[in-house]
Design a protein around this ligand. Structure first.
Ligand SMILES: [Zn+2]
Length: 90
């Protein structure tokens, strides 16, 4: 399974996704490519959740935010939950 995160620039936000998520669509997203690149950017895919989280956390730090989890990929998991909880959901 591949993992991705989306960095949204206008209102800085980093959201973690599983590649199979329909919002993620393996890093293609739901928006037309051109529009997607104007508002933010997909990063991935990462071979493991740990790698994706590490990259997302680094990126979030630069933006001054905390990474959040897509509620479709990681239902009920919030930024205050542990990585282990996120992993056990998948
Ligand atoms: Zn998702």
């Amino acid at each position: 399974m591949n993992y991705y995160f989306y960095a949204y620039f206008r209102n800085p936000k980093v959201t973690l996704h599983v590649g199979s998520c329909r919002f993620c669509n393996n890093g293609k997203g739901m928006q037309p490519k051109k529009l997607g690149y104007l508002t933010g950017r997909w990063r991935g895919g990462y071979a493991s959740f740990e790698l994706a989280l590490e990259a997302a956390q680094g990126f979030s730090q630069d933006l001054g935010v905390q990474p959040v989890y897509c509620q479709r990929c990681f239902p009920g998991v919030t930024e205050s939950n542990t990585t282990q909880q996120a992993l056990s959901r998948n």
